[in-house]
Design a protein around this ligand. Structure first.
Ligand code: SF4
Length: 349
């Protein structure tokens, strides 16, 4: 079944690849994929499984044949997160793991800046992203030129940049950070002022916890900026006893109404450790679906804000990207060297 042994090597669509690989839904496949279905049965109706299962089987075969690994962010849908990914996590975990990958091909189930980060740490490997539409409102809010202008305006002030940025922006920065280490990284500088880019809400939340003066940018995550404190209060009224945990890309007013705030991984750990009866995760929808699988005794109250960029990735375009080696991520080598330094300084801290 090796891809190189198959007759047709021209561009093929998902259904054509399944046909070429001779994979289709059958009673036998139902038995074969029983364990995979068990992992997602709380969130995927049984009637939908015959559509997902052939793609899952084909992707897992191709991954082995092509010596590829799949990295999936916590916001990916459950069939991707639980059934085809090899490494899962938040931006920091994925960045750290990307540096240790030994496979020839990395397929990134996440948005474009995440795939760029994987490429930075693996310039000799092929990095693929299933959808070129997987952008990010934060990454698109700022350019390398904006950072250069800020440096001119605030000379000698360190620049800390959230990983949700392009390689070009990272290359203009002293160090990167994620939502899990932002405060630690800001506090690691001697300077009394820090330029913190580009997420305004994350910057405001860090500013509340540090003595340093934070110079901010007006970037926002289009998913997290939608949540309001009024919405949280209403949920608490309708769902007595619910615990509220929020991502720090939400506004400080939303965090004020929450019981806990942290990166997606910190949120996952909080649920695992505390096992609340009912929890409201104030972040992208798929998080609740993904972690409900491992926390069967917790009821998840779902305020649904989907990330339209993360949701451009699906099983069909994962298979197409692998088979056709489509949407390869490339970075100018000069930019890559500088951007990699900023990412590595974060990883090494
Ligand atoms: S959830 Fe927000 S920060 Fe994350 S990729 Fe989507 S738009 Fe960007």
């Amino acid at each position: 079944m090796k891809k190189q042994n198959l007759k047709n090597t021209q561009y093929l669509s998902g259904p054509e690849i399944l046909k070429e690989m001779n994979i289709s839904w059958s009673k036998e496949m139902s038995k074969e994929t029983k364990d995979d279905y068990q992992k997602v049965s709380r969130v995927i109706p049984e009637i939908e499984w015959p559509f997902f299962a052939p793609y899952i089987k084909a992707i897992n075969i191709l991954k082995k044949d092509m010596n590829a690994v799949i990295l999936a962010h916590n916001y990916q849908t459950p069939e991707i997160f639980h059934c085809v990914s090899d490494i899962k996590g938040d931006s920091l975990q994925l960045a750290k793991e990307a540096g240790n990958v030994e496979a020839d091909i990395i397929l990134q189930c996440g948005v474009h800046f995440m795939a760029e980060t994987s490429k930075l740490l693996n310039m000799d490997k092929t990095v693929l992203i299933p959808s070129m539409k997987a952008g990010c409102s934060l990454a698109e809010s700022i350019t390398g030129n904006d950072v250069r202008k800020l440096r001119e305006k605030h000379p000698n002030i360190p620049v800390v940049t959230y990983v949700n940025t392009s390689a070009e922006v990272k290359a203009e920065s002293d160090i990167c950070c994620t939502s899990s280490n932002a405060l630690e990284i800001v506090n690691s500088f001697d300077s009394e002022e820090i330029i913190f880019l580009p997420d305004e809400f994350l910057a405001l939340n860090v500013a509340k916890e540090t003595k340093k003066k934070i110079i901010m940018w007006k970037g926002r995550c289009e998913v997290h900026e939608e949540f309001t404190p009024e919405e949280i209060i209403e949920f608490r009224e309708n769902e007595p006893g619910v615990k509220v945990i929020a991502h720090p890309e939400c506004s400080p007013d939303v965090l004020e109404e929450s019981d806990f705030s942290g990166s997606t991984s910190a949120m996952i750990n909080w649920v695992k450790d505390n096992q609340p009866e009912k929890v409201l995760m104030v972040t992208e929808c798929s998080m609740s679906d993904n972690i409900s699988v491992e926390n069967p005794n917790v009821e998840f109250v779902r305020p649904c804000n989907l990330c339209p960029h993360m949701k451009t990735i699906n099983l069909q375009n994962i298979l197409e990207s692998l088979w056709n080696k489509e949407h390869e991520v490339t970075i100018d080598p000069e930019i890559a060297i500088k951007a990699k330094q900023a990412v590595n300084r974060m990883i090494e801290l």
